[in-house]
Design a protein around this ligand. Structure first.
Ligand SMILES: Cc1cc2nc3c(=O)[nH]c(=O)nc-3n(C[C@H](O)[C@H](O)[C@H](O)COP(=O)(O)O)c2cc1C
Length: 310
């Protein structure tokens, strides 16, 4: 179907990566993305145990019969990099190291036989990850769900493609074949998709999140740090998170309250208050559909659109 650096290097048929999403993308989701021809990544968060990682990667491999990998938040490894060691024990094909300088970790990942792919948000980030020796970069735009930077996907993708000889993928706002076709036509080797998968039954996390994803429009997200502060997550301030607006963001976003006050007002069990990270592409997610169907449909539509020009 498609042939790009990503598909050739990993032996996959679809140039799509199931984005690493901490708290939402476990082994079932990653396995289904791989089974549909893409690359599934498990989102590893700081609170995940080695036992959890082992169970999730075993599940992904049982389902997927193809490459799997993990995504880690680079800044969170500075104090304690045992999560990386636990990940590498499972010999993943890819480790995504995003949000921070991956230089201290790239050799270890390569020695374990995996590729390093880093999501970046600025041209300065590009220079940092190039110097660190990563194998590919992902231009992740402001539209993306979860933590992201402040430059939109297309402006960032264009300048990154013009500025590096590394393989470049795109992330942020890609949820249909139209989006995949657009970034492939621009020169990307593939795309990370996160939000497109968030209504799939294979995601983990609260059930209310899937309903809210289906109901939301592209105008219903906000770029905010209130959830990090309410949950005492020590994200560096340059990265906010894109989430669905809800009663909590209506009340607290943009207000200069202390973490303790926000924490007291926050409860993840309440569907009107709990965070649902999602990107602007949420408007294209209209039903709870199996992840494999989502991946296959994006690929088929992109192929049809691009074949118009052959
Ligand atoms: C719920 C959620 C959790 C995320 N968690 C992580 C994470 O743990 N690590 C990471 O590198 N990126 C994370 N991201 C960002 C994704 O890797 C990816 O960049 C993003 O989903 C792409 O944009 P899209 O949501 O528009 O497809 C997360 C995104 C979402 C929606």
């Amino acid at each position: 179907m498609f042939e790009t650096w990503l598909t050739r290097t990993l032996g996959i048929s679809v140039p799509l990566v199931g984005a690493p999403m901490g708290g939402r993308a476990g082994g079932v989701l990653a396995g289904e993305v791989t089974r549909a021809g893409g690359l599934g990544l498990i989102g590893a968060a700081r609170y995940n145990t080695p036992e959890w990682l082992e169970a999730e990667v075993r599940t992904a491999r049982d389902i997927g019969d193809g490459p799997v990998g993990f995504g880690l938040m680079t800044w969170s490894l500075a104090d304690d990099d045992s999560l990386l060691a636990a990940v590498l024990e499972h010999r993943p094909q890819v480790v995504a190291l995003s949000f921070g300088d991956p230089a201290p970790y790239v050799d270890r990942v390569h020695e374990a036989g995996a590729l390093v792919i880093s999501q970046i948000n600025t041209l300065d980030d590009l220079r940092v990850v190039e110097a660190a020796g990563v194998d590919a970069v992902v231009a992740q735009g402001h539209e993306a769900g979860g933590h992201t930077g402040r430059v939109g996907t297309l402006p960032l993708l264009q300048e990154v493609l013009e500025s590096t000889s590394l393989p470049v993928l795109a992330a942020g706002g890609i949820a249909t074949g139209r989006g995949l076709a657009a970034v492939l036509a621009a020169g990307a080797q593939g795309a990370f998709v996160g939000t497109a998968l968030l209504a799939s039954p294979e995601t983990v996390g609260p059930v209310y999140a899937r309903t809210k994803i289906v109901d939301a429009t592209s105008a219903d997200t906000v770029y905010t740090d209130v959830f990090d502060r309410a949950r005492h997550q020590p994200w560096p301030s340059r990265w906010g998170g894109r989430a669905l607006v809800n009663a909590f963001t209506e009340r607290w976003h943009g207000r200069d309250e202390s973490e303790d006050i926000l924490a007291e007002a926050y409860t993840g069990d309440d569907p009107d208050i709990g965070v649902v990270y999602a990107g602007q592409a949420v408007g294209s997610v209209r039903a709870e559909r199996p992840a494999g169907d989502v991946i296959r449909e994006i690929a088929v539509q992109a192929e049809a659109l691009l074949s118009r020009f052959r």
